[in-house]
Structures are given as C-alpha cells and as structure tokens.
Design a binder for this molecule. Sequence first.
Ligand code: GRF
Length: 198
Amino acid sequence: MTRKRVGVLISGRGSNLQALIDATQAPGYPAEIVLVISNVPGAQGLARAEAAGIPTRTINHKDFASREAFDAALTAALEDAGVELLCNAGFMRLHSEGFVRHWWNRHLNIHPSLLPAFKGLRTHARVLEEGAQLTGCTVHFVRPELDSGPIVGQAEVPVLDGDTPESLAARVLAAEHRLYPHALRLVASGAVRWRTKP
Ligand code: GRF
C-alpha cells in the first residue's frame, strides 16, 4: 500500500493534528503526515508533531509583505516535502485564491459546525444564541469562499441545557477528533474524490 503524503497546517493547540497523528500511526492507515507547518511561532501543535518525529516548519505570515507571498512560501515548503494532500487543522489564516486553486481537491478543512450553518468565528456562541438544538462538525474540501466546499463528512453533536460556548466546544471537539481521521482516510484511500476543475 502506498500511503498518501499529508501536510498539516496549524496555528495553535493542535488537538486535531494529534488525532490525525494518532490515526496515521495505525497499521494500514492510507496516509502519513510528512510535514506540519505553523504560522504561529511556538504553537502547541508543533511540539505534538516533534514528539511524533514529524518534521515541522514555522512560516510566520508576519514575515511576508502579502498574503500571496506567504502562501507561495507555504506551497514551496509543502512541495519540497512531497506533500500530496493538505489538511487545515485550526489554521487561522485565510488563503489567497491562487493557493486554493493550486491545492484544489487535495485540500481539506475541519470546521466546528454543521456547514453550511454557522460559518466563520464564534461558532459555538452563535449556535447557543440561535437556540439550535443540534450542532456538530464538518470536514470539507477547501474552496475560495470561507468554510465552503464539497463536504466529505459530518458528525452531529447535541446542544444540551445549560451549555456554555466552552462546554459545547469541548463536546464538538471530541467529535472532530473522531471525524477528521475518518474523513482523511476516505480521501487518502480514494474512496471519496472530487474531480471538478478549479
Ligand atoms: C477546532 O475546533 C477546529 O474545528 C477549528 O479550530 C479548532 C482547532 O483546534 N477550525 P485544535 O488546534 O485542533 O485543537
């Protein structure tokens, strides 16, 4: 079995990265993580990758004059590492359209809601403000519009009486950690493909 070479983009805690690391270490998993890039120096996720023996790079967006120049540096590092599939895992930068088109159908993101509901930030607070009784998480192919694109998988999570944004976030995060490895397996194995042109 040839395993797909995966790059992961992070900005922080990296708990979804950890779920992917754990999954890819299982025998027979159809992907391996070959590079983790953080745009934030010292992000906790970098230590998780290092502990697993995965190469890391810090590419700080503040060191670049434009979004396009930052994205070009990301692509250069990913291609140097032979990355075939890219996973955003709590990566908090918008991508340029050129970057999205370059990685078209090879690029996944996880978002903590049942898309297309509750795109963007403050997700869990807005779910509670709206009085929704059901939320969840979504893994989707990345498209130029934020938190949009063909959906690979979703997991439902109930909203419970007395939930706070923090308690709801923790319940959704546990579902994210199950969903992302499953969705990556589907895409890396070729069971799920999206073939429209950019
Ligand atoms: C997750 O809730 C993810 O869905 C969102 O940002 C959070 C990242 O958490 N995009 P972590 O860095 O994976 O722990």
